[in-house]
Design a protein around this ligand. Structure first.
Ligand code: ADP
Ligand code: MG
Length: 670
C-alpha cells in the first residue's frame, strides 16, 4: 500500500506528475481516491426504447460502412449505423476518425452513450464501444484534472488493486464490523472501484462512509478525552430542595432529567462540558439557574453569558427574582464607567456571586474570583473561540452551553463532538401549538384586523420586519416607517412602538420593559427579538416579507409567541412565489417541531450553507454525506465510543491509529 505510484506498471514520469496533482503518490492514495459516480452499463435497452436524453447501453450489429466527414479543418465526424431487433441508430463520434478501424460490419457491439432523437432519427453520441460481455460493467468515473483520461485512471486503479490484493490493512476492528454489519476492506476496495453489481457497490460504499465517520468520531472522542484529563473543583453540596422551592411551577420530566445530568457532572473533578439543547420555550433558563444556584451553595463564583443585551438583562431580571438573597452582578458594554468600575471590583473581590452579561464578560480587565461555572446561552451566536476564551479566564471551570438551534441530534454529536449533550424534548404543560398561516399581501388587512381583535382581548403582538440593508439608517427606516403605517391604519387607540438593533441599550431596555409591563401593545421589531426574549402575554406575531428569513430563523422568531397558556398565532406575509419560499412557508404552517424544521432547513439549504461560517474545521468528508448518511453516522459515532472504551489509546488497533494520527496531526498528541 505504501509503494510509490511510480512503481506501478504503465506509470511514467508524466503520468506520475499528473497523479501527484491529484494528491496521489502511493498505491494507497490511489485506492482511497474514490470514484465520483458510476456509469451503469449493465442494463441493456432496446433501440426502440432508448429515448432522447437517456444515457444507455444498447447491444447492436454494425450495418453498412462507417462514414467520415470533415465539415471544417481540424474537425471530423464519424458516423456508423447499428441495428437491433427493434430499430436502427446512428453512432456519432467527433474528432475520432480512428474509431472506424475498430468496427466491422456485421458484428455485434455494446454501445454506451447519450441518445439524441430528432426528426424520427436516433443517434447515440460518442458512445463507448466494446464487444462480448466486456462493456457491460458498472464503470467508475473519477474526478480528474484535464490531462488524464478516465480510461487511463481506471487502468491505474486496476493495477493498484492487483498490487495491493491481500495486503490492504483492515482499519475497522472486527467486533465493530460484525456488530454494525460492515464489509471487510478487501471486498470493499474492489467494489468501490469496480463493483460486481449495484448491491456490491452499496455495501462497499457503506463501509467507507462508516469508516470516514468512525475516524471522525474517534478524532473527536480523543480530543475530548484529552480535555477530560483536566482537573477542576468538584461540587460537594447540593441543595435541590432549596432551589425547587423557589419555582412557582414543577419542572417537566425533561428538565428534571437534565438537572440530574448536570448534577452528576458537577460532582466530578473533571470539568463539565455539556450542551443543553431544547426547542424555544422548553425552559432552558431554569436548568441554568439550577446550576448557578449549586455553584453559589458551594461558595464558587459563576457566570452566565448571553449574546444580546436584551437577553442578558432578561436573564438578570429572571435570576434576580429567583434569587433575591444572592448578589448578582450585571455586566455589559452599556454600563456607565462608574457602574462598570464598581461591577468589576465586586467581581474581583468575590462579593458578586453570579455574574450575568454579554461579551463584556470576556473582555480584558475582568478578573474573576474562584470562578468554577460558566454558562453560555444561545451558544450558536458565539464562536467556539469565545467559548474557550471564557473557559480560560476561569482556569478550567465547568461549562454549560445552551442552544435553541435544534440541530438534528446526530449532527450535534458531530458539531459539538467535544461536548456531552442533554436534550429537553418536552414543553411545559398547557402550551398549545402556535397556529401558523402563510398569506399574500392581499390579505394583509384581514391579518392585521385579526391582530386587532386579539389586542382587544388583552393580548400583545410582535410585528417583524426584515432589515432592508445592513445599515443603521435603513434598519431604523424600515421599522419606523412600518410602525407609522400600521399604527395609523390598523391600531388606533393602541400603543405601537418599534425597537431595533442599533438603538442605545438603555432605549431598548426601556421599550422592552414597557412591552413586558403591557404598556406597549404592538412591538415592531427587526430580528433582534429573535433570541430568547420571553413575554408570555404576547400571543401573536406577524412576519412581513417572510421570504427573507431562513427556516430556522422563522422558527426562532415564532418561538417568541405561545409562551403562555393561551392560544398563539403566527402570520407569515409574503408575495414571493419561489419554490424554496413556498416549501419553507409550508413547513412552518405544518409543524412546530424544531428538530423537524432544522432537518428541512438542512435539506433546503444543503450542509454547506447550513453550517455557514460556523464551520468547525473538521476534516473534509470524501465520500460520506452528513445528511444522507445520517443513519450510518449514528452507528459510527456509537462504534467510536465502544472502541475508545476498550482501548483509549488505540494501541491494539494499529492501522486505525495510524489513520487517525495522520488525519488529526494538529489536534491530538499521541
Ligand atoms: P427557553 O428554553 O426558550 O430559554 P425559557 O427558559 O425562557 O425557555 O422558558 C420559557 C417560559 O416557560 C418561561 O416563562 C418559564 O418561566 C416557563 N417555564 C419553564 N419551565 C416551566 C415548567 N416546567 N412549567 C411551567 N412553565 C415553565
Ligand atoms: Mg432561552
Amino acid at each position: 500500500m505504501d509503494r510509490s505510484i511510480k512503481e506501478v506498471r504503465g506509470i511514467g514520469e508524466v503520468r506520475a506528475r499528473q497523479l501527484k496533482a491529484l494528491g496521489i503518490e502511493t498505491v494507497s492514495d490511489m485506492l482511497y481516491f474514490f470514484p465520483r459516480r458510476f456509469e451503469d452499463r449493465t442494463r441493456l435497452t432496446s433501440i426502440f426504447e432508448a429515448c432522447d436524453g437517456d444515457t444507455v447501453s444498447v447491444s447492436a450489429v454494425a450495418t453498412g460502412a462507417p462514414q467520415v466527414s470533415r465539415p471544417r479543418k481540424n474537425f471530423s465526424i464519424t458516423r456508423q449505423s447499428f441495428a437491433d431487433e427493434s430499430g436502427v441508430i446512428d453512432a456519432v463520434w467527433f474528432n475520432n476518425p480512428y474509431i472506424k478501424n475498430m468496427i466491422r460490419t456485421g458484428e455485434r457491439y455494446n454501445l454506451y452513450g447519450k441518445i439524441q432523437a430528432k426528426y424520427r432519427k436516433k443517434e447515440i453520441l460518442t458512445p463507448a464501444v466494446s464487444r462480448g460481455n466486456d462493456g457491460l460493467e458498472i464503470v467508475p468515473v473519477y474526478h480528474l484534472g484535464s490531462s488524464l483520461t478516465q480510461n487511463a485512471l481506471r487502468q491505474t486503479v486496476k493495477e493498484c488493486l492487483e498490487i495491493a490484493r491481500g495486503h490492504i490493512p483492515e482499519t475497522i476492528p472486527e467486533f465493530t464490523r460484525k456488530k454494525y454489519n460492515i464489509a471487510e476492506i478487501e471486498f470493499s476496495m474492489q467494489n468501490i472501484h469496480f463493483p460486481e453489481d449495484k448491491k456490491a457497490f452499496e455495501i462497499a460504499r457503506k463501509r467507507f462512509v462508516f469508516e470516514e465517520f468512525l475516524e471522525l468520531g474517534l478524532g473527536l472522542g480523543l480530543m475530548r478525552s484529552e480535555k477530560k484529563t483536566d482537573k477542576t473543583d468538584a461540587f460537594k453540596v447540593f441543595d435541590d430542595e432549596g432551589f425547587l422551592h423557589r419555582l412557582n411551577y414543577k419542572p417537566t420530566g425533561a428538565q428534571e432529567r437534565v438537572m440530574r445530568e448536570i448534577k452528576n457532572d458537577l460532582a466530578k473533578n473533571t470539568p463539565m462540558q455539556r450542551l443543553v439543547q431544547g426547542d424555544v420555550g422548553c425552559g432552558k433558563t431554569v436548568v441554568a439557574a439550577y446550576a448557578l444556584y449549586q455553584a453559589v451553595k458551594n461558595g464558587f463564583q459563576s457566570v452566565m453569558m448571553a449574546p444580546t443585551e436584551i437577553l442578558a438583562s432578561q436573564h438578570f431580571e429572571t435570576l434576580s427574582a429567583l434569587f433575591p438573597d444572592i448578589y448578582i452582578i450585571f455586566l455589559s458594554g452599556s454600563l456607565k464607567a462608574s457602574e462598570k468600575r464598581e461591577a468589576l471590583e465586586k467581581i474581583k473581590s468575590g462579593e458578586g456571586k453570579i455574574i450575568v452579561g454579554t461579551h463584556a464578560l470576556i473582555q480584558e480587565g475582568v478578573e474573576y474570583n474562584n470562578l468554577k461555572l460558566v454558562i453560555t446561552d444561545e451558544q450558536h451566536r458565539f464562536g467556539v473561540r469565545q467559548r474557550s476564551a471564557l473557559s480560560l479566564k476561569g482556569g478550567k471551570p465547568h461549562t454549560l452551553v445552551m442552544s435553541a438551534t435544534p440541530i438534528p441530534r446526530t449532527l450535534s454529536l458531530i458539531l459539538y463532538g467535544d461536548l456531552d449533550i442533554s436534550i429537553i424534548d418536552e414543553l411545559p404543560p398547557g402550551r398549545q401549538k402556535t397556529d401558523t398561516f402563510a398569506i399574500g399581501s392581499d390579505k394583509r388587512d384581514r391579518a392585521y384586523g385579526f391582530v386587532r381583535k386579539n389586542l382587544e382581548q388583552g393580548m400583545q403582538a410582535y410585528v417583524i420586519c426584515p432589515m432592508v440593508e445592513d445599515s443603521e439608517a435603513s434598519e431604523l427606516h424600515s421599522v419606523q416607517k412600518h410602525r407609522g403605517e400600521i399604527a395609523k391604519k390598523y391600531f388606533s387607540g393602541f400603543n405601537v412602538e418599534f425597537i431595533h438593533g442599533k438603538m442605545k441599550p438603555s432605549e431598548k431596555d426601556e421599550i422592552m420593559r414597557r412591552f413586558v409591563s403591557g404598556e406597549i401593545h404592538v412591538l415592531v421589531s427587526t430580528t433582534i427579538i429573535e433570541v430568547g426574549v420571553n413575554v408570555p402575554s404576547a400571543n401573536i406575531m406577524v412576519i412581513e416579507n417572510a421570504e427573507r428569513f431562513g427556516l430556522s430563523q422563522l422558527h426562532q422568531l415564532r418561538g417568541r409567541v405561545g409562551r403562555g397558556t393561551g392560544k398563539a398565532y403566527c402570520i407569515l406575509i409574503s408575495d414571493n412565489r419561489s419554490d424554496v419560499t413556498k416549501e419553507r412557508l409550508k413547513t412552518m404552517s405544518e409543524t412546530t417541531d424544531g428538530f423537524k424544521i432544522s432537518e428541512k432547513d438542512l435539506k433546503l439549504r444543503g450542509p454547506g450553507d447550513f453550517f455557514g461560517t460556523r464551520q468547525h474545521g473538521l476534516p473534509e468528508l470524501k465520500i460520506a454525506n452528513i445528511f444522507e448518511d445520517m443513519p450510518v453516522l449514528k452507528d459510527a459515532i456509537e462504534a467510536s465510543k465502544e472502541i475508545l472504551a476498550k482501548d483509549g489509546e488505540l494501541t491494539v488497533f494499529p492501522s486505525l491509529k495510524k489513520r487517525i494520527q495522520s488525519l488529526y496531526k494538529e489536534e491530538i498528541s499521541f
